[in-house]
Write a protein that binds this ligand. Structure first.
Ligand code: ZN
Length: 671
C-alpha cells in the first residue's frame, strides 16, 4: 500500500511535475530494495572487470588444512557463519558485484599452510594470526584484535600441529587489530606476563609502537570510535542490504582487546633478530599504513611479510573513521625498496590481512602493482593540483591508468580511490583549494536555512529531491535534503528520503567502508538519531596505560577553557608517581611541561603529589579532587582551592552516541 499525503494529492494536478512526483513517493523508515538505476549501475561492473579470472579463488584456498573451530562462530564476539551468506551466490542488485566477489574471498577462513614453516589462521577476526615454526617452538606474528578470537585461533593451530612452546612475538604495527588479542597468549598458557616483562620471551615491535597505539585510540578516540562503528558497519545487519565485509577480513570481532607492551623495539633498518634458530630482518616503514610499522624478511626461507603495506586491495591514504593522513608517495617508496632488496630471491609474501602470494615472479608483480597504485595516487593528485585542479575535481575526474587500477589487487575495497586522491591533496596542500569563496562558506546548518528559504521552503526542497531521486541522481537528492536535515531533525519526509538516497549510493559502492558509512547514515536517519554505540577505544584499561605525558595532554584537552579563563592565572607543580610536570593555567588555557633534571627549579602557586591511578579516576569523573584532598590521597602545599578549581574545569561529560548525519543532539552539545 502506498502512503499518499492527502493534501499533496489534492493539489497534485495544479502543481509542477516535481510535486506530482513527491505526492506518490512512499516516505517510510523501511529499507528499500535496489532501484532499477542501481541495478543497471551494478550490472555494468561485470563489463569493467575480469570476473572470468579465478586465480584469487585458487590462492585463497591454497594450503587449507582445517576449518575454523565452530565455523568461526564465537557467541557475542564474531559470527563468521553470518558473514558467509554470499558464498557460491550471484551478487544481488543491492551489492556492487566487485565488492561481493571480494567478500567471498576474505570472508572464508581456516588454518592454512603458507610454506614449510609458516601457518596462518584466517577469518577468525579482521586480521590473520601467523604462526612461524622455529627449531623447537613457535613465533607469533600479529595476534588479531580480540582476545577470544586469538584463543580460538591458537586452539585450532594446536589441534592440527600440536602444542609447541612460544619462543617469541612480533607485532608489525600500532593498530589495535594486530595487538588487541595479546592477552590471549596468557589465557592460552603460552606465556606469563612475567615472561614478557622480563624479556625471557622476546617481543618485538617497531619504534614508537606504544605512543602511537595510545595516541590514535585515546586523544581523539571518542569521535574516532563513533565513526569507526559506522565505518565497520557495527550498527548494521549482516545481509545483502547491510554490511557485506570489512574488506581486510570478514568483520571486526567484538569482545575484549588488550594493550601489549613490547620488550624489544626495532629502531634501525636492517636490524636482525635470531629467535630459536631463525633469523628475522626488520625494516621500518613509518608514516605509511601506520605511524609505527615494520616489514620483516626471513632470509633462510626467502619469506617476506610487508605487514599491512601490501594487501589484496587498495588501502586508505586517509581512513574515514578519522586519523592522520598518510603519505602515498612514501608508502610506494617502502614497497619499491622491498623490491630492490629482496625482489631477486623472495619466494613467498604473507601478511596480517588477506592471503599470501607464492613464487618469485608473482610476489614481485604483486609488490609492483601495489607500489604503482600508491605512487599513481600521489603523482596524479600533485600533477593535477599543479595545473590548478581543485580537490573535488581531481577526486572525481582525474584519469588514472586502468592497467593499475583495474587489477583486482588494487580495487578500492578498503580505501576509496576518490577519498584517497582528495586526501593526498589535503596531505600536501591542506583543505583550502585557493578559491576565496570557500573561506566565506557558512557551516551546513546556516547554509541550509538560507538555501531552503531561497528554494521556496522545505516542501519544495523535498519535491525537488524526490525528482532527483526518481531520476537516479541520488547524490544531488542527498545534497538537497542535507539543507533541511542539517538544521532540522523533525522533518520526517526529508529524513526518510535522505536515508533512501544514501542507501542507493551505498548499494552501488565498491568500497566496503563507504558502503557501511552510507548505510549507517541511512540507519541513523530512519531511527531518528542516537544510534547506540558498541565501540569504545578509550577503555579504562587503555587510559590506565597512558604514558604520563599523554595523560597531561589529555587533561589539557578536556579542560573547559571558558570556565577556566574566569579562574585567573595559576601554576601547579605536579608530582605523579615521580614524574614531574609544571601546569600553567594561563588565560583559560591549561599548558604543561615535563620537568627534567636539566631545568632550573620552577616556582608554583601550589605543589601537588598524587598517584597516576587517582588522577585518572578524577579525569574519568569517578573521583572528586575534593575527596582526594580530604582523605590525603592528594598531598598539597600552597593554595588547595586553586587545585579544586582547576579540577572543576575538567570535562567528563563527553558522550559517545553523537549523531553523524542529523544535527548534534541537545544532550550532546557543550553547555
Ligand atoms: Zn590491520
Amino acid at each position: 500500500m502506498m502512503k499518499i499525503k492527502p493534501l499533496a494529492l489534492l493539489c497534485a494536478g495544479l502543481m509542477i511535475s516535481g510535486s506530482v512526483l513527491a505526492a506518490d513517493y512512499q516516505f517510510s523508515a523501511d529499507s528499500k530494495p535496489a532501484t532499477d538505476v542501481t541495478k543497471t549501475k551494478n550490472e555494468a561492473v561485470y563489463k569493467q572487470l575480469d570476473f572470468a579470472s579465478k586465480t584469487d579463488f585458487e590462492n585463497v584456498d591454497k594450503g587449507f588444512i582445517a576449518p575454523l573451530i565452530n565455523n568461526g562462530d564465537i557467541p557475542g564476539v564474531i559470527s563468521a557463519t553470518g558473514m558467509n551468506f554470499m558464498q557460491n551466490k550471484e551478487a544481488p542488485a543491492s551489492v556492487n558485484p566487485s565488492l561481493w566477489r571480494h567478500a567471498q574471498l576474505v570472508n572464508r577462513g581456516g588454518l592454512y599452510k603458507v610454506s614449510d614453516h609458516i601457518y596462518q589462521v584466517r577469518g577468525q577476526d579482521i586480521s590473520n594470526l601467523t604462526i612461524i615454526e622455529t627449531n623447537s617452538g613457535i613465533v607469533l606474528y600479529d595476534v588479531e584484535y580480540s582476545v577470544d578470537s586469538f584463543k580460538k585461533s591458537i586452539e585450532l593451530y594446536e589441534k592440527e600441529r600440536g602444542k609447541k612452546p612460544l619462543k617469541g612475538v612480533i607485532i608489525s604495527h600500532s593498530h589495535a587489530d594486530h595487538f588487541g588479542g595479546f592477552a590471549g597468549i596468557y589465557a592460552a598458557g603460552l606465556a606469563t606476563p612475567e615472561d614478557i616483562k622480563s624479556g625471557k620471551i622476546p617481543f618485538y615491535a617497531p619504534e614508537g609502537f606504544v605512543e602511537e597505539a595510545v595516541s590514535e585510540n585515546v586523544m581523539a578516540g571518542n569521535i574516532m570510535a563513533r565513526r569507526a562503528g559506522y565505518q565497520y558497519g557495527n550498527v548494521l545487519k549482516q545481509d545483502a542490504s547491510g554490511t557485506i565485509t570489512a574488506a581486510l577480513g570478514p568483520v571486526l570481532a567484538n569482545g575484549a582487546s588488550s594493550l601489549a607492551i613490547p620488550n624489544h623495539f626495532i629502531t634501525k633498518d636492517g636490524e636482525k633478530a635470531t629467535i630459536d634458530g631463525v633469523d628475522f630482518v626488520f625494516y621500518l616503514t613509518p608514516g605509511a599504513e601506520a605511524p609505527a610499522e615494520m616489514v620483516v624478511y626471513i632470509p633462510q626461507w626467502k619469506a617476506l611479510s610487508m605487514a599491512e603495506e601490501v594487501n589484496h586491495l587498495q588501502h586508505n591514504i586517509y581512513t574515514l573513521r578519522g586519523a592522520k593522513t598518510r603519505d602515498a608517495s612514501e608508502w610506494a617508496s617502502y614497497i619499491n625498496a622491498a623490491i630492490a632488496r629482496w625482489g631477486n630471491e623472495v619466494e613467498v609474501q604473507f601478511g596480517p590481512h588477506t592471503w599470501p602470494v607464492w613464487g618469485n615472479q608473482n610476489v614481485v608483480e604483486y609488490l609492483k602493482d601495489q607500489r604503482d597504485a600508491y605512487q599513481s595516487l600521489y603523482n596524479t593528485t600533485i600533477r593535477y593540483a599543479n595545473y590548478g585542479y581543485r580537490p573535488d575535481d581531481i577526486a572525481e575526474n582525474a584519469k588514472l591508468p586502468e592497467k593499475v587500477f583495474n587489477k583486482w589487487d588494487n580495487r578500492p575495497y578498503y580505501g576509496n580511490t576518490r577519498n584517497n586522491l582528495k586526501s593526498t591533496y589535503i596531505k600536501n596542500l591542506g583543505w583550502f583549494s585557493g578559491n576565496a569563496v570557500e573561506l566565506a562558506k557558512y557551516p551546513d546548518a546556516e547554509r541550509g536555512k538560507r538555501y531552503v528559504k531561497a528554494m521556496g521552503g522545505e516542501s519544495k526542497v523535498v519535491d525537488l529531491a524526490v525528482q532527483s531521486y526518481k531520476e537516479g541522481d541520488y547524490r544531488f537528492a542527498a545534497d538537497l535534503l542535507n539543507n533541511i536535515v542539517s538544521y532540522d531533525a523533525s522533518n520526517k519526509d526529508a529524513n526518510y528520503l535522505l536515508a533512501d538516497a544514501l542507501e542507493q549510493i551505498g548499494y552501488q559502492e565498491e568500497t566496503a567502508l563507504t558502503r557501511n558509512l552510507y548505510l549507517s547514515g541511512a540507519h541513523e536517519l530512519r531511527v531518528g538519531g542516537s544510534v547506540p554505540n558498541k565501540l569504545s577505544t578509550a577503555s579504562p584499561e587503555v587510559i590506565a596505560n597512558l604514558p604520563p605525558k599523554l595523560l597531561m595532554s589529555y587533561i589539557s584537552m578536556i579542560s573547559d577553557q571558558i570556565k577556566a579563563e574566569k579562574l585567573g592565572n595559576h601554576t601547579i607543580a605536579l608530582n605523579m608517581d615521580g614524574d614531574k610536570f609544571l601546569l600553567d593555567l594561563h588565560n583559560g588555557v591549561l599548558n604543561y611541561v615535563e620537568l627534567t633534571d636539566d631545568m632550573p627549579a620552577q616556582k608554583a602557586d601550589v605543589n601537588v603529589q598524587i598517584s597516576k591511578v587517582d588522577l585518572i579516576a578524577v579525569v574519568a569523573g569517578k573521583e572528586k579532587m575534593d575527596d582526594l584532598l580530604n582523605n590525603g590521597k592528594a598531598k598539597v602545599e600552597g593554595d588547595r582551592e586553586v587545585l579544586k578549581q582547576i579540577a572543576s574545569t575538567l570535562d567528563t561529560k563527553i558522550k559517545n552516541d553523537m549523531n553523524l548525519v542529523l544535527p548534534l543532539q541537545q544532550a550532546n552539545q557543550i553547555q
